[in-house]
Write a protein that binds this ligand. Structure first.
Ligand code: ARG
Length: 497
């Protein structure tokens, strides 16, 4: 570990100020402990900057070489948070000056500022996190699709108000969540384009008189373009708020499916059984198998929503131009990424290992009157107005419920009582009631996107196609970034080797 003590650290920034910061103030001001997440990006950004300065004859070959050798030696280094530096930018520059000497190292910060630097580092970190998230999301959605594939015939109740509503299929339920997470993926892909713009070279706020080439650094670092306006580039954090709001939405989606599984894993429901490794025991009740992991996803979702609120509250009152308040939002971003990534991985493993209790799902479906709407719709198909059919089906359910029997066990005289005066034919209603089962209902359900048997295979196939095309796009994004960084590494090597 590199250890630079407070005394050894070159006091880079305090030229105008007479005194040094006290230890307590320094600790208060310093972001060094949040900066380990961007240390590598800071080094890469500096390398691109130095290469550009060299190409523009602002640095000599020898100066660039010395700085790059120093920067290369810092890669993979763990930075000590007690170094006395205000942040990673000061620490890296200070070490470079120590290693390369002030005559060369002192030129590294020509034509840039910590303000464009920190925005650059954040953009590089977030774009990498987006790629990780997209890949893991794709893996998780793939597991959902394979569960859907295996459960195209698994009947379950669908709920509204947590009351049984219609008969459905477990594949349909899984496909619903696959679609939700595909939208999260789409949002991440779309924000990527706005994140992957280089702010480097914007300087503190108004640019520089040194003849830099901002396009060069942007392309060396694999950016799609520039955040052109230097005020915008240094002071805007809308890309951060947008990214974290996408994560907050993603987490609420993970939280919702977690809540379903918490309910379904109770002994009262028993629709699923979670694998032992995804449950927790009680310290006192030996029989317990608690769904703590899923509960934690619910809890951590609140945390990410809190992070979003913290970020928005920070930026809403800031005047244009960099303000140090912006330093505070970094940890909220890092922890939002980390938590979301883990939550996806954990849910994927839960999906892979849980047991789906098909019998119990079917039993629950059959115990209610879930075919009521299907009975009404069959009458509608024979010309009965829907409102009348609704009334008849409702009356039949009430009668069956009072008599503690199933709909198809109602007698002709019971049915006649309900049908009387509606204009419908009692014999026909009896026939419909006798013939309508959960399975016949699911066969008859043909509307696009419904629980009908026929819709499942079509939707699964379509979503598999979607996943494949998103995989291709994600891989291309990743390859483009690594290609640029690899090319830059070669140029660094050429100069330093
Ligand atoms: N540590 C700061 C941050 O994380 C870097 C920028 C500081 N700029 C300044 N002008 N004080 O935001």
């Amino acid at each position: 570990m590199l250890y630079i003590t407070i005394l050894e650290l070159l006091l880079l920034y305090r030229s105008r100020l007479g005194t040094d910061l006290s230890e307590i103030t320094l600790e208060y001001v310093s972001s060094i402990s949040d900066d380990s997440d961007i240390a590598l990006y800071d080094i890469l950004g500096s390398e691109a900057h130095v290469l550009m300065l060299y190409e523009g004859d602002i640095l000599t070959r020898n100066e660039a070489k010395k700085i790059l050798i120093a920067l290369e030696s810092l890669k993979g280094e763990k930075f000590d948070s007690s170094s006395g530096a205000e942040d990673i930018h000061e620490l890296v520059e200070s070490i470079v000056i120590k290693k390369a000497g002030i005559a060369s190292g002192g030129k590294m910060h020509t034509a840039r500022s910590r303000n464009d630097q920190v925005s650059l580092d954040m953009r590089m970190k977030i774009r990498d996190d987006i790629c990780v998230l997209c890949n893991y999301l794709l893996d998780m959605i793939e597991v959902m699709l394979s569960l859907a594939q295996n459960h195209k015939k698994t009947i379950m109740p669908l709920y509204t108000h947590l009351q049984q509503a219609q008969a459905g299929l477990f594949s349909h339920y899984m496909l619903a969540h696959a679609d939700v997470f595909l939208r999260d993926l789409e949002r991440l892909h779309s924000v990527f384009g706005r994140v992957n713009q280089s702010p480097l070279g914007a300087g503190p706020v108004g640019g520089t008189s040194i003849p830099i080439n901002r396009h060069t650094t942007a392309s060396l670092l694999g950016f799609d373009g520039l955040v052109e306006n230097s005020i915008d580039a240094t002071s805007t954090r809308d890309f951060v708020a947008e990214y974290v709001s996408i994560l907050a939405i993603l987490m609420t989606n993970l939280s919702k499916i977690s809540e379903d599984f918490v309910i379904w894993s109770t002994s009262e429901f028993s629709f699923i059984e979670l694998a032992d490794e995804f449950t927790s025991p009680s310290s006192v009740m030996p029989q317990k198998k608690n769904p703590d992991i899923l509960e934690l996803t619910r809890g951590k979702t609140a945390e990410i929503i809190g992070n979003l609120v913290a970020i928005l509250s920070t930026v809403k009152g800031l005047a244009s131009g960099y303000g140090r308040d912006l330093q505070q939002i970094k940890s909220a971003v890092w922890s939002s990424s980390k938590t979301s990534i883990s939550a996806i991985l954990v849910l994927k493993s839960i999906l892979l290992t849980m047991r789906v209790n098909e019998k119990q799902m079917k039993k629950a479906t059959e115990s209610g009157y879930l075919v009521a709407l299907d009975v009404a719709e069959t009458l509608v198909q024979k010309g009965v107005p829907f409102r009348t059919a609704h009334k008849i089906a409702g009356g039949l359910v009430k009668l069956a419920h009072d008599g503690k029997k199933r709909l198809n066990k109602l007698s002709k005289s019971e049915i006649s009582k309900i049908v009387k005066g509606t204009g419908a034919d009692a014999d026909f209603v009896l026939q419909v009631v006798e013939k309508t089962s959960i399975s016949s209902s699911l066969k008859a359900r043909k509307s696009l996107g419904s629980s009908g048997y026929g819709e499942q295979e079509r939707m699964i196939k379509d979503r598999i196609k979607k996943i494949n095309s998103y995989r291709t796009i994600t891989t291309k994004i990743e390859n483009d970034i690594s290609k640029s960084l690899d090319e830059m590494a070669l140029r660094v090597q050429k100069l330093t080797g």
